[in-house]
Design a protein around this ligand. Structure first.
Ligand code: PLP
Length: 222
């Protein structure tokens, strides 16, 4: 068995029922993705539009792509219709552009809203207040062609697992509050959090989707 297959099987054997795995394949060659595919992996995560558009035709049709990177508004058009889920919608402006272009294309785009809880100032995302305002005002009812499927977030980049656990708890309680506040949000059932170094903790704290790259594919060469 290849190293990639071995690592994938190890990770999968620890995932409880109801938790899905995104294999984050950004910066890795298609050969590596195919090894993961042959080991049964079907969900792949990419962070750049061009890279995703280039890899998609080289992979089998039943691959489901998740877009997980910061999406520039001028790249939305090229992306629409390709991913199964855009996990990284990080502003109202981006959400509205996705909705308009999806409506124009006659498709429904599935998205997660990215919440900013980490200590770093550089990470993109909605603040908790912005999200609570958005959902308590039921503004999402204006969306024509976008399906809100849940929340995505990243913990603070630190070895302090207590802080990481706090960030996950914050995301999980936000997710629950939104669900309680908006029972009409059908299919709002995904909480994407946890990466190579912290996905077991994320699962403990309620993640339904984890995004693991390095632990499957090894170090990325940028
Ligand atoms: C790169 C990336 C990951 C995967 O990170 P690893 O540490 O390699 O597992 C997960 N989520 C997002 C948003 C990423 O950009």
């Amino acid at each position: 068995m290849s190293t990639i297959a071995t690592r994938l099987n190890e990770i999968r054997s620890t995932l409880p029922e109801g938790v899905s795995l995104v294999a984050v394949s950004k910066f890795h060659p298609v050969e590596a993705l195919l090894e993961a595919y042959d080991a049964g992996q079907r969900i792949f995560g990419e962070s750049r539009v061009q890279e995703l558009v280039a890899k998609k035709p080289l992979m089998p049709d039943d691959v489901r792509w998740h877009f997980i990177g910061h999406l520039q508004t001028n790249k939305v058009k090229a992306l629409i219709g390709i991913p199964d889920l855009i996990e990284s919608v990080d502003s109202r402006r981006l959400l509205d552009i996705i909705d308009r272009l999806s409506a124009e294309a006659g498709i429904i785009t599935r998205v997660l809203l990215q919440a900013h809880v980490a200590a770093e100032e550089t990470k993109f995302g909605f603040s908790l207040d912005e999200l609570l305002d958005y959902f308590s005002a039921h503004t999402y009812r204006q969306l024509k062609a976008t399906h809100l499927c849940g929340i995505m977030g990243m913990a603070t980049n630190t070895d302090d697992m207590a802080r990481v656990g706090q960030d996950f708890d914050t995301l999980a309680s936000l997710f629950k509050r939104v669900k309680d506040m908006c029972p009409d949000l059908v299919g709002f059932d995904t909480l994407s959090m946890g990466m190579s170094d912290d996905y077991p903790l994320a699962i403990e704290r309620g993640a339904t989707l984890v995004r693991v790259g390095t632990k499957i594919f090894g170090q990325r060469e940028y």
